[in-house]
Design a protein. Structure first.
Length: 362
């Protein structure tokens, strides 16, 4: 993939489009025109060579140790490689790469369906990966500029936030066809499906709000005003709470899914992006892109109880209850940090592809 560099594409204090530019990284430079990289406020340093991936339809797998396909997996979207890296959680090794569409960003996994769904922002599509074979079985056209993706396994649906077209695509997982397009307006970015609540939550990075969609009708029933530039959203269905990273406010908004009103605003690190809930720990983990850290939120007190240094521009976060670890993609380091939530330390750093963003376990 050829990418160019535009030195004028610097971030401003008010992040409105979430499309940033990287300073030159040893021969690999990334800009909005070729690769969409999100909300970067730090200049890139060091060097990083461009990474090649297997050609279309080809995956390269490495065997050894406990690398059997029955082990748990972490799926990482490598934006600049047009590929997904697969990590074995038993060994914390990349065991293969899966070519997908252009500029993959979001990843969602359904263990029930044995599928992973990857949004291809540059290709206006979703790649469907069979997690039993780790091969792409379908490519589904959606709206323009898809970013976030979430699976409602009970209803056999996938929801995709199309930022450029201001819509959410609803995919039937049995047919791999778009069955509905929901107009939410603005710039929808991330999406979370709360199956037990019968709701879907979509952040709008321009309007500073979260749209609430009723699953049974695919209709927007409410909008929740949150903080400045909401990026990611995660829902605790049992406590009826949603957590939203407000990037330009350096905070997390907590709102009640019963009343659709903000109940708490939690200061975190600089330019927070991804968030994941580790329900077995009672914590939330927030990737602070500008600080190179992960904030640990105690969800009983709704305060930050710790900070973990990770790589450069941490972006995506996923919590794995099986291995008990937190996985964080470092966009500028081309790595994934694995955090032990007990010690709150990085126990291993895993090299992956170029510009890793979205991450999901399953």
């Amino acid at each position: 993939m050829h990418v160019t560099h535009d030195p004028r594409a610097a971030r401003t204090s008010r992040t409105r489009t979430l499309r940033g530019a990287l300073a030159r990284r040893g021969g690999l430079s990334l800009t909005t025109a070729a690769v969409t990289l999100f909300a970067l406020v730090l200049p890139a340093t060091g060097s990083q060579a461009a990474t090649e991936h297997a050609g279309a339809g080809v995956s390269t797998w490495h065997s050894g140790g406990n690398d059997g396909w029955r082990d748990h997996r972490v799926y990482v979207a490598d934006q600049a490689d047009d590929a997904v890296s697969v990590i074995n959680t038993a060994t914390n090794r990349v065991i293969g790469t899966i070519p997908v569409g252009e500029t993959p960003f979001g990843v969602a996994v359904s263990e029930d369906l044995q599928r992973a769904y990857v949004t291809n922002h540059g290709g206006n599509s979703v790649s469907v990966i069979n997690t039993a074979t780790n091969t792409v079985t379908a490519t589904i056209p959606v709206g323009t500029g898809p970013y976030g993706v979430a699976v409602d396994s009970a209803r056999r649906r996938v929801y995709v936030a199309n930022e450029t077209s201001g819509t959410v695509s609803v995919i039937n997982t049995a047919t791999n066809a778009v069955t509905a397009t929901i107009n939410v307006g603005g710039s929808p970015f991330a999406v979370a499906a709360a199956g037990r609540l019968g709701r879907v939550y979509v952040t709008d990075i321009n309007a500073d709000r979260v749209s609430v969609i009723k699953s049974s009708t695919n209709a927007v029933t409410a909008t929740v005003p949150v903080g400045d530039t909401p990026v990611a959203v995660a829902v605790d269905e049992s406590r009826h709470l949603a957590y939203v990273t407000d990037q330009a406010a350096n905070a997390v908004s907590v709102f009640s899914t019963r009343t659709n009103s903000v109940t708490k605003t939690i200061p975190v690190g600089a330019t927070p992006f991804g968030i994941a809930l580790a329900l077995w720990r009672g914590n939330a983990y927030v990737a602070n892109q500008g600080a190179g850290t992960v904030s640990v939120i105690n969800r009983q007190t709704e305060t930050v109880s710790g900070t973990v240094p990770v790589g450069q521009a941490p972006t995506g976060v996923a919590a794995d209850p099986l291995c008990g670890h937190i996985f964080v993609t470092n966009l500028l380091s081309n790595t994934v940090s694995v955090i032990n939530p007990v010690t709150r330390k990085v126990i291993v750093t895993i090299p992956v592809g170029t510009a890793p963003s979205g991450v999901a376990v399953g």
